[in-house]
Design a binder for this molecule. Structure first.
Ligand code: F6R
Length: 241
């Protein structure tokens, strides 16, 4: 694991965007695995800025997102598809027919998950997977205790994740209680992984995933076993490392 210490959120975002840009420049038809949440917003903003300056071309890029709430449509404001469209798809020249997010409206979980796994294989696998880190060490919606060998699957969200994400919904009752997520095995098959981490409240978990034992109770600890992981973390998150 390479750890790149960034000064602050903006610096973290620029550094992560630089790595993604390099991937797209080196391989214009790259498959990018993308994440939602507050951490990557600055990274997407930076990519959009460079695209607008003419420095980046996404026309041949394919994107596959990590996860989606079950029951939310693409145009639901809290769906992850909506988030991606708002922060990235609609702002760069990505071809929407190659921007994939698990199908939250498919109620047949085994169909939704099998199709997504097949899709990731069909597009040739993920060249670069961008990840955020949950306070409990989750990646995607792989919550503590998830088996490392899981592929895309349906999960019931834990109370800590419901708590962290309820700010986006009018009330916790409106929040979907389940999601589809790439599994840890799917994530680990990406050729390159970039984990971005920001703020002091992630400092403790960041230390655990880098220095602690590789255990399902800390899902992101598995990244220690991947041969090309770059962690870009801001100074506040790096407090203990
Ligand atoms: C999002 C995702 C989650 C987030 C994580 C951190 O697609 O899969 O694992 O990356 O919950 O979220 P933020 O960045 O909001 O702290």
């Amino acid at each position: 694991m390479r750890v790149i210490k960034a000064a602050d959120y903006k610096d973290m975002s620029r550094k992560a965007a630089n790595i993604i840009s390099a991937q797209v420049i080196m391989k214009p038809n790259a498959v990018l695995g993308l994440a939602t949440g507050s951490t990557p917003i600055g990274t997407y903003e930076q990519l959009v800025e460079w695209y607008k300056k003419g420095d980046l071309d996404f026309s041949q890029v394919t994107t596959v997102n990590l996860d989606e709430y079950i029951g939310l449509s693409h145009d639901h404001e809290q769906s992850y598809y909506y988030f991606m469209n708002k922060h990235l798809y609609s702002k760069v020249n990505l071809d929407l027919s190659r921007c994939y997010v698990p199908n939250g409206l498919e109620m047949n979980a085994s169909k939704a998950c099998t199709e997504y796994e097949q899709l990731v294989k069909r597009v040739g696998g993920v060249d670069l997977q961008l990840l955020g880190l949950g306070h409990n060490g989750h990646i995607g919606f792989n919550e503590p205790g998830s088996a490392f060998e899981m592929t895309t699957h349906a999960v019931t969200l834990t109370s800590s994740t419901l708590d962290a994400n309820k700010r986006f919904f009018e009330s916790v009752d409106e929040m979907p209680k389940a999601a589809y997520t790439m599994g840890i095995k799917t994530i680990m098959q990406a050729k390159k992984i970039v984990l971005i981490v920001s703020s002091a409240d992630k400092a403790e978990i960041l230390k655990r995933i880098i220095e602690g034992p590789v255990i399902p109770e800390v899902p992101a600890s598995i990244l220690q076993l991947h041969n090309d992981v770059t962690i870009v973390a801001d100074a506040a998150a790096c407090k203990y490392i």
